[in-house]
Every structure is written in structure tokens, then in C-alpha cells.
Ligand binder design. Structure first.
Ligand SMILES: Nc1ncnc2c1ncn2[C@@H]1O[C@H](COP(=O)(O)OP(=O)(O)OP(=O)(O)O)[C@@H](O)[C@H]1O
Length: 214
């Protein structure tokens, strides 16, 4: 699925956060959204994933405008296509690891859950409370959720920010695999190693010259 931002701008209150951003995220590729801290990478990623409506411009999926679609169309996009690995990982600490993968109760030995966890290096930890995992493990758990759902579009925020070199390489490998299987992967990052692994790089525009819109 091709996800595109067309001249997207976002204002929050009177403040212009991003403006004039156009990017094409293609299937089978990782696209890096890059720029200095505060340049709006996360904001653009959230807009592409329909978590935040654009103030101007639009987001399309395979050419169809989805940012201006109905709530029902947005929910269908999330349900059928998208997965997110965002900064807080979206893990439910009080629930077991397996629940966090499937987001419903499954038999402990559900082979699909097990395969997704093994894929990210968390094999055998199905029954543990997710709150016991480290930050890096929670991130991989969020990725296992995307693997389980076979998401076609993956939105990822700063996946390597707090990882050591070995784990960084591992995580880059996991996202690369995801793209190789044909998924569209959009990644907000300022890590040069992560950027080097991406087929395509989108540099955020310079901050708006005026601090607010009128
Ligand atoms: N809900 C909000 N309300 C007000 N300002 C916001 C909001 N969300 C983001 N911003 C501001 O928008 C700007 C861009 O934030 P964003 O998190 O998108 O940048 P970023 O490039 O991802 O930064 P970093 O690399 O530090 O994570 C920042 O100045 C931030 O303070």
C-alpha cells in the first residue's frame, strides 16, 4: 500500500508544527523521516498514520484520500492495514505478553503468537506480565503485534534511540525483514544507522518562519 502525504501541514492551536510536507512511502521499502529534534518527524508520522488530522493537505493510501475520510474508513485502515511501534510502545503492562500480541485472550500455545514472539526474540515468554519486560523488549513486543497481524503498513517512531549497538542492529534487521516481505514502513528517526538501512529518506522542511498561523 502506497501511503503519501501531499503538502501536509499541521497546526496545533495557533502554532504551525509542520508545513508543506510531501512524502511517498512505498511498499517493500523503509522510508526515513529525518530532521533535527523538534522538526516535526513524529507529527508527520502520526499524520501519515491518521492519528492526527492534517490542518492542510491530505494523506492518501493507494491514491485514495484517507485523512479526510469517515471515522469508519479510518478505523478500517487501522484494523486491516496499519500497525504502530511508537515511543511508548502501547504495551498493556498488566496483561501477559501473549495478550499484548493478539490483543485478545488466546490459548497459551497459539502457534501464531508463538511464531511472532520467536521472530522478535521473545520466544517462550508468552505467560509473563508484559510490565516485566525492559524498554527494548517492549518495543520488540510491539513489533511482534505487527508481525502477528501481518500489517501491510508500519509506522515507527525512533526505534533505535535508546538501544546499544547490538540491539540496534537487531531491530534494524527486524524492520528490514518487514519491508522485504512487502510492507510499507515509515520510520521517524535521526539515527544514521537506521537511515542508512532505509531505501528512501525524507528530510523535514525548515521550521516555519512565522511561529503561528492566522
Ligand atoms: N500536542 C502538541 N501541542 C503543542 N505542541 C506540540 C504538540 N505536539 C508536538 N508539538 C511541538 O511540535 C514540534 C515538533 O514535535 P515532534 O515531536 O513532531 O518533533 P520531532 O522532530 O519528532 O522531535 P524529536 O526528534 O525531538 O522527537 C515540537 O516543537 C513540539 O513541542
Amino acid at each position: 500500500m502506497i501511503i503519501e502525504a501531499h503538502d501536509v501541514g499541521v497546526a496545533i492551536g495557533r502554532r504551525r508544527i509542520i508545513h508543506g510536507e510531501s512524502v511517498r512511502c512505498a511498499p517493500g521499502q523503509m522510508t526515513a523521516l529525518t530532521g533535527p529534534s523538534g522538526s516535526g518527524k513524529t507529527t508527520l508520522l502520526h499524520t501519515l498514520g491518521l492519528l492526527l488530522p492534517p490542518t492542510t493537505g491530505r494523506v492518501t493510501a493507494d491514491g485514495t484520500a484517507i485523512s479526510s475520510g469517515s471515522p469508519r474508513a479510518r478505523r478500517a485502515f487501522w484494523r486491516d492495514h496499519a500497525a504502530f511501534v511508537l515511543q511508548d510502545y502501547g504495551i498493556i503492562d498488566d496483561e501477559p505478553v501473549a495478550f499484548n500480541v493478539a490483543l485478545r485472550r488466546t490459548r497459551r500455545a497459539d502457534p501464531k503468537v508463538r511464531a511472532a514472539l520467536e521472530h522478535v526474540g521473545l520466544g517462550g515468554r508468552e505467560g509473563e506480565p508484559a510490565g516485566h519486560l525492559s524498554g527494548g523488549e517492549k518495543q520488540r513486543l510491539a513489533l511482534a503485534r505487527a508481525v502477528y497481524r501481518d500489517a501491510r503498513v508500519l509506522f515507527v517512531d525512533e526505534p533505535t534511540a535508546s538501544l546499544d549497538a547490538a540491539n540496534r542492529e537487531r531491530v534494524i534487521g527486524l524492520f528490514t525483514d518487514f519491508a522485504r516481505r512487502g510492507a510499507t514502513v515509515a520510520i521517524a528517526t535521526h539515527d544514521e544507522h537506521m537511515i542508512a538501512a532505509c531505501a528512501h529518506r525524507h528530510e523535514m522542511n525548515e521550521p516555519a518562519t512565522t511561529a503561528s498561523i492566522h
